[in-house]
Design a protein around this ligand. Structure first.
Ligand SMILES: C[S@@+](CC[C@H](N)C(=O)[O-])C[C@H]1O[C@@H](n2cnc3c(N)ncnc32)[C@H](O)[C@@H]1O
Length: 232
């Protein structure tokens, strides 16, 4: 994906799917390296914050290679992972996780209204073409009282931390990606934070889609975030 100009609309949809198909084989390795091994802890934290457990019907939206699906299944929930990149799903299916994996677009889920008690989504908000459409779809497939747990990268606010983070995220991560995976894709990773709405905007979008009890937890000095909310 050439990223001098960030794509939008259908161009973004296609470019993101092709990019994840390309980087799927090294995706897990890169995640562990980039987050210094913390990404799995953040997923555990997110699932704990919305109390995923036996009896839950979990949709893991943009499940990728299945890390969140695996953890949710290990907690005794019934899990369906959904993603539009066939190669990411191939990675998920190869892991023998006790979950169904389905290829679909997050903006048009092939699911009945109110079929889920929890929706999780890890590190994908930046990649969607329209967040209001996605949030409306999550509200549709959730039962009343259903919970969402969304994990995403973030940019630290405070000066020194922000500078150090930028050096790492904007310079070192693309270099590492170039060595071990795909340089363009790992240049896109920091650039794609430009798609992320502010905390206030995200809060307003979730409220408009019908969610309440919206909470944000910052992770690693603001380098990542967990958003949780409940369908009212
Ligand atoms: C950064 S990966 C995250 C994977 C996984 N959730 C995790 O925690 O590692 C983003 C995923 O979002 C998926 N994705 C992006 N846009 C999508 C869409 N519109 N519908 C379904 N999946 C989408 C990509 O294919 C990719 O697997």
């Amino acid at each position: 994906m050439a990223m001098s100009r960030l794509p939008t609309g259908q161009e973004k949809h296609r470019a993101v799917r092709e990019m994840f198909d390309k980087i799927a084989p090294r995706y897990d390795l890169m995640n562990r390296l980039i987050t210094l091994g913390l990404d799995q802890r953040w997923r555990r934290d997110a699932l704990g914050r919305v109390g995923v457990g036996p009896g839950d019907r979990v949709i893991d939206l943009a499940c990728g290679t299945g890390d969140l699906s695996e953890q949710a299944a290990a907690r005794g929930a019934r899990v369906m992972g959904i993603d539009f990149a066939g190669e990411m799903l191939r990675g998920a299916r190869a892991r023998g996780i006790d979950a169904a994996f389905v290829r679909a677009d997050g903006a048009a889920l092939p699911l009945a209204d109110g079929c889920a008690s929890v929706v999780t989504c890890g590190f994908a908000l930046r990649n969607f073409v329209s967040l209001p459409e996605i949030f409306a779809e999550l509200a549709r497939v959730l039962d009343r009282g259903g919970r969402i747990a969304l994990i995403e990268v973030d940019r630290p606010r405070s000066g020194i931390v922000r500078g150090a983070h930028s050096l790492y995220f904007d310079r070192l991560v693309p270099l590492l990606g170039g060595l071990l995976s795909d340089r363009q894709a790992y240049r896109y990773l920091p650039e794609s934070t430009a798609y992320l709405p502010t905390a206030e905007e995200l809060h307003a979008m979730l409220a408009k889609a019908g969610f309440g009890s919206i909470e944000k937890k910052g992770l690693m000095l603001g380098a990542a975030q967990i958003l949780t909310a409940v369908k009212t």
